[in-house]
Design a protein around this ligand. Structure first.
Ligand code: SF4
Length: 284
């Protein structure tokens, strides 16, 4: 488990001023496929107002994807990295920076450069990842305060193929990423979007709970360093017609899955709840 992380948690510390290997398809080193930036988000970095940068390109094809418009890297998405650095320098009322996507680790060189800049300005820094690039994630981990990794379904190839839409999702690499993240000093947010009829069977939740237990989740979560979030699938935002025709799960269904996980520090996000609610609160 993580050693030498002190008492750092996702809500600790604060921002004080002062303080390569891409698969970008021929992009020059001063550019990055980053079509969107949110200058102030109150919901993307837990407990911190954040700048959110969207990198385009992804190696998975999840039917439920709500960012499907940026799954491909297209020339109009190219942005100069020095422009992003200037935006970070001018950030007002923000204490954190998060890079999401798409899959941010596809553009590791640009990601590292932005992380270095953000950290030098005193921002907390986090990324979202699908977990399929464990070596790149390990290279980033010393710079990360937060890493959110998708746990799309049970951690085996047949179930992962169903959700990711690719023939070889290489789930062993996702497992490796989760193991590395849980052993790091970063806060780890594992997230599963629950899609009725696809990944909502109780046996799937039980199997995820057992696997995460073996990977060290319980110890890190009990020390306040990790959480598992079950998120409502929102058909209206889905990239595929098939998924757009499906229904969303109810709060009760999410609660049953949360119980089946048998893990500490589990949260639920659902529009009917208004925001992210811990299972402790739901039970009380
Ligand atoms: S949900 Fe995430 S991993 Fe899946 S296709 Fe969309 S961006 Fe990629």
């Amino acid at each position: 488990m993580s050693v030498g992380c002190g008492n750092r948690s996702i809500g600790s510390g604060g921002r004080g001023r002062g303080g390569g290997g891409d698969s970008g398809g021929g992009v020059c080193e001063d550019e990055v496929y980053a079509p969107e930036i949110t200058y102030l988000s109150l919901c993307d970095y837990p407990g911190e107002p954040a700048i959110v940068i969207f990198f385009s390109g992804c190696n998975y094809r999840c039917g439920y994807c709500q960012n499907w418009k940026i799954r491909e890297q297209e020339r109009p998405h190219l942005a100069r990295i020095d422009r992003i650095e200037r935006i970070l320098e001018g950030g007002k009322m923000v204490t954190a920076c998060k890079v999401t996507g798409g899959e941010p680790l596809l553009q590791l060189g640009a990601l590292m450069r932005i992380a270095r800049k953000a950290k030098s300005l005193g921002y907390k820094f986090g990324i979202d990842t699908n977990g399929s690039f464990p070596e790149r994630l390990s290279a980033m981990l010393p710079m990360l305060d937060l890493v959110s990794i998708d746990v799309k379904t049970a951690l085996n190839e047949p179930e992962y193929t169903k959700v990711t839409g690719v023939d070889h999702p290489m789930v062993s690499r996702v497992v490796e990423s989760i193991r590395a993240a849980l052993a790091s000093c970063a806060f780890v947010d594992l997230r599963m979007v629950v899609i009725p009829g696809v990944n909502d069977r109780l046996e799937i939740a039980r199997s995820i709970g057992e696997d995460l237990g073996r990977l060290g989740y319980r110890e890190k979560a009990s020390a306040g360093g990790a959480c598992f979030t079950l998120a409502e699938f929102v058909p209206e935002n889905a990239g595929s017609r098939e998924y757009a025709a499906m229904r969303n799960p109810s709060v009760d269904e999410l609660v049953k899955l949360a119980e089946a996980l048998q893990l500490p520090n589990v949260r639920i996000t659902h529009r009917a709840l208004g925001h992210c609610v811990s299972m402790e609160k739901i039970r009380s």
